[in-house]
Design a protein around this ligand. Sequence first.
Ligand code: 9L3
Ligand code: MG
Length: 135
Amino acid sequence: MESSGIPRVVVAAALVDIRERVLACCRRGPSALAGGWEFPGGKVEPGEDEVAALVRECREELGVDVEVGSVLGEVPLPADGWVLRVRFGRIIAGEPRLITHSAHRWLARDELDDVPWLAPDAPLIEDLRRYLGTA
Ligand code: 9L3
Ligand code: MG
């Protein structure tokens, strides 16, 4: 935990489409993470609202406008004092483009295990499966 005791947040989006599939994104870098699949997102900047940060990250990384929903879950990151908070989202404009990732896949509920998720994202997949099973 950093000295202030307040966790620093990486926000990410579980983007769900009209067919209830979820967008998985393959990281290009850094090399330790390359080839791992993630919910797209990034660091909340100092003073920035978390929802605004997620809207910004989805524009930067995917070129889409998103509507941000409720929190799917939160997990600690390997970097001390950081947490990953994943929120549901819907794309309201645009189609995802490969700007910062090497590949995208829209995964149906029974395809969620088809990609190697990054370690922090992986535990949230079970929660996501439960959600998609009841939605
Ligand atoms: N991270 C893990 N899972 C995610 C995201 C978006 C990010 N779904 C981790 C990877 C990086 C750190 O958080 O170590 C910062 O993410 P970024 O700003 O490099 O995307
Ligand atoms: Mg990112």
